[in-house]
Design a protein around this ligand. Structure first.
Ligand SMILES: [Mn+2]
Length: 382
């Protein structure tokens, strides 16, 4: 196979036994397929095309799935694709992704022509998910000193890496010129860089590591590197994770949880004033994502978190459901069971995470699951 290759798919429709929700499996059993990271753009604006990662070729590469024709076209090839961090441009004309932790590449969706937008300097490694501003003219990114870097192919290494205090830098990359600007650099493991939608001067990032060891996870900083501020002052026993900006830029939402509690809180801060609010008491969802204005949120029920040091204290029953939270009415309901295993597969810690988000019309929820034996991509209708 190669670039432009079309893979026919046969969607499988089933009905969730407990809720009656129609669930459509988009990718075949026996393959390794998943969606990108939950806040990265994966649907074209019209909702007809969907970016996925699949191993239809030898390697795990990007493919653009056509939801009407039930087929997928291959966008990338060869080894080394960062298959979680890639995203479709705001203009719907390209995929942008990182290859071999080294090159930021633009792929034309029509021709699959590749252009290198930026190359990581010698001595550094491109890490994690890189996120564009609303105009898609810049991305924020994290780079780690190569002498400090290691492949994080298990949750044990995830913990170890935190204690190593790797040299990290938060950078912005101009996608027209390839110019890099360092915003902040420190011997602290940094992750989750985000541009606030419609406000390039507000950038968020996190202190990464076991959630119960990190004192303050979420930070914001001006694009100039000034005005670094805590997003939320955490209590001593409070863990925070999976922060995201509501797509209209109004708020940052995140999950807050504590030991010896099954329930979790969906919290938010006003993106401008940082005014804090508990949006909902909810089942133990790991990742959540909202619709455009933050009135609807979808979350993936989960089990005992693996990214904490006090495993016993955080032990909870596994919750296999996808949930819909209506923050206007306070209503929370199960959509369907995702039943994913959450297991690490071939050194990939994220592959069996549901990472749910809404389709552009808010009528369905996209997620990943290995419920049928291998990682696959699903849509659950609302
Ligand atoms: Mn995840």
């Amino acid at each position: 196979m190669s670039l432009g290759q079309i893979t026919p798919l046969a969607f499988q429709r089933t009905v969730d036994a407990s809720t009656g929700t129609i669930v459509t499996q988009l990718t075949p059993n026996g393959s390794v397929c998943h969606r990108n990271y939950f806040y990265q753009k994966c649907f074209t604006e019209d909702g007809n095309k969907l970016l996925i990662s699949a191993n239809f070729d030898t390697n795990r590469n990007y493919h653009l799935l056509d939801l009407q024709n039930e087929s997928a076209i291959q966008l990338t090839e060869g080894k080394g694709d960062n298959v979680f961090g890639g995203f479709l441009t705001t203009q719907d004309d390209a995929l942008i992704f990182v290859k071999n932790n080294k090159q930021l590449i633009r792929v034309d969706l029509k021709t699959q022509e590749h252009n290198v937008l930026y190359e990581v300097a010698n001595g550094w490694v491109g890490y994690g998910t890189w996120v564009p501003n609303s105009d898609c003219t810049k991305v924020v990114a994290i780079e780690i000193k190569d002498t400090d870097y290691m492949s994080l192919d298990s949750w044990e290494k995830f913990a170890q890496f935190y204690h190593q205090k790797p040299r990290c830098r938060l950078i912005s990359i101009d996608l027209n010129t390839g110019q890099r600007t360092t915003i902040f650099e420190e011997n602290i493991w940094l992750g989750h860089p985000l541009y606030r939608p419609n406000d390039d001067n507000t950038i968020a990032f996190c202190h990464e590591g076991p959630h119960d060891l990190v004192a303050t996870r979420m930070w914001m900083i001006d694009e100039s590197g000034d005005n670094m501020r805590k997003v939320h002052e955490q209590d001593d026993d409070e863990s925070c994770t999976h922060e995201f900006f509501v797509p209209d830029g109004s708020k940052m939402m995140f999950v807050s949880y504590r030991p010896h509690m099954d329930k979790r809180q969906l919290c938010s801060v006003d993106a401008q004033t940082l005014a804090f609010k508990v949006e909902a008491e909810m089942p133990a969802c790991s990742h959540l994502m909202s619709n455009h204005d933050g009135s609807l949120v979808v979350g993936d029920g989960s089990g005992t978190p693996v990214d904490v040091s006090d495993h016993d204290g955080h032990t909870i029953q596994n919750d296999p459901n996808l949930y819909l939270l209506n923050l206007n009415t306070g209503d929370i309901r199960a959509i369907a069971e995702h039943n994913t295993s959450w297991t690490v597969l071939n050194g990939d810690r994220q592959i069996n995470h549901p990472h749910p988000s809404f389709t552009p019309d808010n009528k369905s929820v996209l997620y990943s699951s290995d419920v049928n034996g291998s990682p696959a991509v699903y849509l659950a209708s609302l």
